[in-house]
Design a protein around this ligand. Structure first.
Ligand SMILES: Cc1cc2nc3c(=O)[nH]c(=O)nc-3n(C[C@H](O)[C@H](O)[C@H](O)COP(=O)(O)O)c2cc1C
Length: 206
């Protein structure tokens, strides 16, 4: 039995990403987002044009996708309802958003220099993906949303997440992404089984 419903949002559960970019004056901006998915060496980001992040991506063509684990929920909470955009766009101000220039300071997170891009990494995140913008695709008007294709240029992973004896493999049993599931935060449950794709990607089958 299925019921037809009209949900307010369709956030079926995606990874939270803390995206760092550079502002016009060279200071860093930091913003949580979760409309992100990866294919091969690329990532698609769904973001509003009204965010400072999109303005920075259009100008700088670079960013770092920092992946937080669930212990960083307090830092994400500190960044929620803040924008690096000044003045705050009316539609955001109406929803309670406030301007904040020092996103690293208010979140208690620390910047780390990147290798290939000018935006800093977030030290406390276990995964940092340095990326460059490939192209933007605006959603149908009057939406302010845009899908941004980025190419991952460099992957930094905390040593504790790596597979024993396989220096270039992330151990999925050790990586616990923060998931945004209908505006509630979740981690992952335990492993259920391996996908039949695991051997296709040379990732073992256990
Ligand atoms: C967990 C979480 C997920 C979010 N996901 C998105 C998203 O996928 N796309 C988006 O445009 N905004 C998303 N937001 C809202 C942005 O964080 C918000 O627009 C913020 O003001 C952007 O900051 P900026 O203007 O400094 O770039 C999310 C916020 C939170 C807390």
């Amino acid at each position: 039995m299925h019921t037809v419903i009209k949900p307010k949002i369709l956030y079926f559960g995606t990874t939270v990403v803390l995206i760092s970019t550079l502002n016009e004056d060279g200071s860093p901006n930091l913003a949580p987002m979760s409309s992100a998915w990866w294919l091969n060496e690329s990532c698609m980001l769904g973001l509003s044009h009204k965010s400072q992040t999109v303005q920075n991506l259009i100008r700088e063509r670079q960013c770092v996708l920092n992946l937080p684990s669930p212990d960083l929920i307090p830092a994400i909470d500190n960044l929620t309802l803040l924008t690096g955009r000044n003045p705050v766009p009316d539609s955001k101000a109406e929803r309670g958003y406030m301007y904040e220039k020092d996103k690293f300071g208010v979140s208690g997170l620390s910047p780390l220099p990147s290798h290939q891009v000018r935006a800093p990494r977030v030290e406390q995140c276990p995964v940092h993906l340095e990326a460059s913008v490939v192209q933007l695709h605006s959603f149908e008007a009057p939406s302010s949303l845009t899908a941004i294709e980025v190419r991952i240029e460099k992957v930094h992973v905390e040593d504790s997440l790596l597979m024993e004896g396989k220096p270039h493999h992330i151990d999925p049993s050790k990586w616990n992404p923060m998931i945004m599931n209908f505006c509630q935060y979740f981690g992952l449950s335990e492993q259920l089984s391996a996908s039949k794709l695991a051997p296709v990607f040379g990732l073992g089958s256990s």
